[in-house]
Design a binder for this molecule. Structure first.
Ligand SMILES: Nc1ncnc2c1ncn2[C@@H]1O[C@H](COP(=O)(O)OP(=O)(O)O)[C@@H](O)[C@H]1O
Ligand SMILES: [Mg+2]
Length: 234
């Protein structure tokens, strides 16, 4: 079943047209990747979905139009882990996690903290540690944990690999995969690292200057050397 559908979405920053025409779908329980060079419009695509940039065209979640800003998107069940993570460095690990659940009841929050700890035991053990003192990889995990605290219908990840060592990136994506398999978590992930994104996703879209240049099953894109060389840079 289609969970998310973008139909000819365009977006501007003042005179700069960041998205020209982006159409894509994400089915429930799927991991979909959006790839493309720097400046292609990947971040703006996620911002359009989470209501943090104004746009034209239609975006539907569960067949219902998504309108309005970030609060409306959050209420509809969209959690956005932005580029650069957006953890609150002066707050503790537990405080950061609880912020992800600010709309929810205490009893559920406790249960979800335990659920998060089952994926990331260190977050419970080091719950009182200031987030600013965590490593880059731990901060990325914490940002993911915080997003999960809202029990999202759709998780948006923006370049989670940025600035992290390859081993840490692999561990991060292994956890995303596990969440997808165990909980049916639906994920739209933006990545410049096409290789890892194609290994974790079932389908992918490649953006070029604000348009979808190419899309298909990740295994097919990965197997096509011409595609890899001209669009994915590896
Ligand atoms: N805040 C902004 N103001 C003006 N132009 C922007 C802003 N953010 C992004 N852009 C421009 O929009 C285009 C798409 O950017 P972005 O979505 O960030 O690409 P990507 O995430 O693929 O690198 C680029 O040309 C970029 O320079
Ligand atoms: Mg970006």
């Amino acid at each position: 079943m289609t969970l998310l559908e973008l139909d000819r979405v365009a977006a501007h920053y003042g005179p700069v047209q960041a998205l020209r025409e982006v159409s894509l779908t994400v089915s429930e329980g799927e991991i979909v990747a959006v790839l493309g060079a720097n400046g292609a419009g990947k971040t703006t695509t996620l911002r359009a979905i989470s209501g943090t940039v104004s746009r034209s065209g239609t975006i539907e979640l569960d067949g219902k139009p998504l309108r309005g800003g970030p609060e409306a998107a959050a209420r509809a069940g969209i959690a956005h882990v932005p580029e650069g993570r957006g953890t609150f460095v002066d707050l503790t690990v537990t405080e950061n996690l609880k912020l992800g659940a600010y709309t929810r009841r205490d009893r559920e929050v406790k249960r979800d903290l335990e659920r998060i700890a089952s994926y990331f035991p260190w977050m419970a053990e080091r719950g009182g540690q200031r987030a600013g003192t965590l490593s880059g990889g731990e901060q990325q995990m914490l940002a993911l944990g915080r997003a999960l605290m809202s029990r999202p219908r759709l998780l948006l990840l923006d370049e989670p690999s940025l600035g992290l060592a390859p081993m840490v990136v692999r561990e991060f994506f292994r956890t995303v995969r596990e969440l997808n398999e165990k909980e049916g978590l639906t994920v739209l992930v933006v990545e410049q690292d096409a290789r890892i994104a194609l290994s974790v996703s079932s389908r992918a879209y490649v953006l070029e200057v604000g348009r979808v240049a190419l899309s298909g099953p990740s295994s097919e894109l990965r197997a096509n050397e011409a595609v890899r060389r001209s669009y994915l840079g590896y």
